[in-house]
Design a protein around this ligand. Structure first.
Ligand SMILES: [Zn+2]
Length: 499
């Protein structure tokens, strides 16, 4: 994976009291931006070298001081709101002139600071973070978020719009989260998370909570891609080719945990940390759902179920295998409705045999999110092992079934979710890939190749050598499927398998 190192950035959470409400200053990012296009966000951006020349007092490291300058400067540039105290009188026209020059990079913030005797004290701005963009994305930021209360004596100007910002508005966290859930707006993980904390705890409470998060451990280990959808990439067992297993928590007032992972110390610590946080914000954890019995996904269920005293749900076939002690059997096509009347999250259970018998995918219909378990991985193909109940024809049918759903967000069992690509495109690619593989295998057999190892080598010549061991079972699954479909004669099949 190409891992770009994150750029330092600062963001201002400018807030004000409006009667009984708290409102925050929010922008809509331009649709043509490469990073989070069209998203609603707090104003802010990358720290420039010149920002580091500003004088900032306070007890914290230089990084945070520079991030504060970047946050204030970017907020002014993007919105015309300058969230700092200026000791000298300044007229609007003067400020407009400064804004123009700053925009054109004819002056820098350190010069403005000198000219107007601006005192920057970091302790006046509550900060949280850093939030670090997960690896694998084309642009990455290490971002500090500063809470700043908007005061009467601050200055604001009307600025001309550019391509970076489409809209500047004040809104309540509650309304922004409502619009997010209605899919009217897009929010990034930190913005959604911070808005939820402000809604849940108000400003001082949110700040106190954010301050306590052990960022070192949790930075880029949590995604909040849609309202009510929380993704925790947990470590995968060392002996597999996967880096992580995705555990997904769905809901708000009522929550379920889907696939809590392997259950080793780190996974459990992380899951319990976040679940306890959700409980503090008012959630009730009502169950553990598993996609299938494989231990990398499901072993942690017993510990989580015991800790929170909640039942484990799975399909009948999964329960029958008795690898994981299942408390409640999910009936065919059973739906689970979570939450209150305003925000119900509706989980559909989709039988998806193929990887193993009894595998279930979960589809949350209000956000159109598919939690795919071991049907789909973004870290290479999932294994179809006929010796473990795997079947290629069932797998292909399951993929076709899933593709009938409208999937806005696909969360694979392993690897980074596809945040910015409709899930149906991924599934269509996967179906095409598997069909091409089958065709390649069959054509090699037609060419007269009848030994298993030779067939494996030339049919999977695009697969790295170390992964060929997994491809053995895939090949076997394809051969069984070809035989069952009547394409491959039984004697040829037997000849290859016994070679
Ligand atoms: Zn599995």
């Amino acid at each position: 994976m190409d891992i770009k190192s994150p750029k330092l950035a600062g963001v201002c959470i400018v807030w004000k009291r409006d009667k009984d409400d708290i409102k925050v200053l929010i922008i809509k990012r331009g649709d043509n931006l490469t990073f989070l296009p069209g998203h609603h966000a707090f104003p802010g951006g990358s720290v420039e070298d010149e920002d580091k020349k500003c004088m900032v007092c306070g007890f914290c490291n230089e990084k945070i001081k520079s991030a504060l300058v970047g946050a204030i400067r970017e907020t002014f540039e993007e919105t015309g709101y300058l969230p700092i105290q200026i000791s000298e009188n300044i007229c609007k026209n003067e400020l407009i002139e400064i804004w123009e020059k700053l925009h054109k990079k004819e002056i820098f913030f350190n010069e403005i600071q000198k000219r107007f005797n601006i005192e920057l004290i970091v302790d006046k701005y509550f900060f949280s973070g850093p939030w670090i963009t997960p690896p694998g994305l084309p642009q990455r930021f290490e971002t500090y978020f500063f809470f700043i209360e908007w005061k009467q004596e601050f200055h604001e100007i009307n600025i001309r719009k550019d391509n970076e910002v489409d809209l500047i508005e004040w809104d309540t966290p509650k309304n922004l989260l409502y619009r997010w859930h209605k899919k009217e707006i897009s929010l990034s993980t930190p913005v959604a998370f911070i808005l939820e904390q402000i809604e849940g705890f108000s400003i001082p409470g949110a700040f106190n909570y954010l301050k306590k998060i052990p960022w070192e451990n949790n930075a880029y280990s949590y995604f909040h891609p849609r309202a009510g959808i929380h993704v925790f990439p947990l470590p995968a067992p060392a002996q597999t080719f996967f880096i992580n297993v995705n555990s997904v928590v769905v809901g708000k007032e009522e929550m379920v945990i889907i696939d809590p992972g392997l259950g080793e110390e780190e996974s459990i610590r992380k899951m319990i940390y976040w679940l306890e946080h959700f409980i503090k914000v008012g959630a009730k954890i009502i169950g553990v759902f598993i996609t299938h019995e494989h231990l990398d996904h499901a072993k942690g269920s017993t510990l989580i179920a015991e800790y929170f005293d909640i039942p484990i749900y799975a399909s009948f076939e999964t329960a029958k295998k008795k690898i994981i002690p299942v408390d409640k059997i999910i009936k065919k096509d059973e739906k689970f409705v979570l939450g209150d009347m305003m925000f119900p999250w509706i989980i559909n259970t989709i039988p998806t045999p193929g990887h193993v018998k009894g595998h279930l995918c979960y589809y949350e219909e209000t956000t159109q999110t598919l939690i795919a378990g071991d049907m789909i991985s973004s870290e290479g193909p999932v294994v179809i092992d006929p010796d473990d109940g795997g079947s290629m024809s069932e797998y292909m049918d399951s993929l076709e079934n899933l593709n009938r759903l409208k999937i806005d967000l696909l969360i694979p069992g392993h690897g980074v979710p596809w945040f910015f690509m409709p899930g149906n495109i991924i599934i269509e690619k996967l179906i095409k890939h598997r069909k091409q593989r089958e065709k390649k295998i069959y054509e090699n057999i037609k060419k007269g190749i009848t030994t298993f190892d030779e067939l494996l080598k030339i049919s999977y010549d695009d697969v790295p050598k170390e992964r060929l061991i997994l491809a053995r079972q895939q090949l076997k699954a394809h051969l069984i499927d070809l035989k069952n479909k009547g394409i491959l004669m039984a004697n040829t099949y037997n000849l290859i398998l016994s070679s």
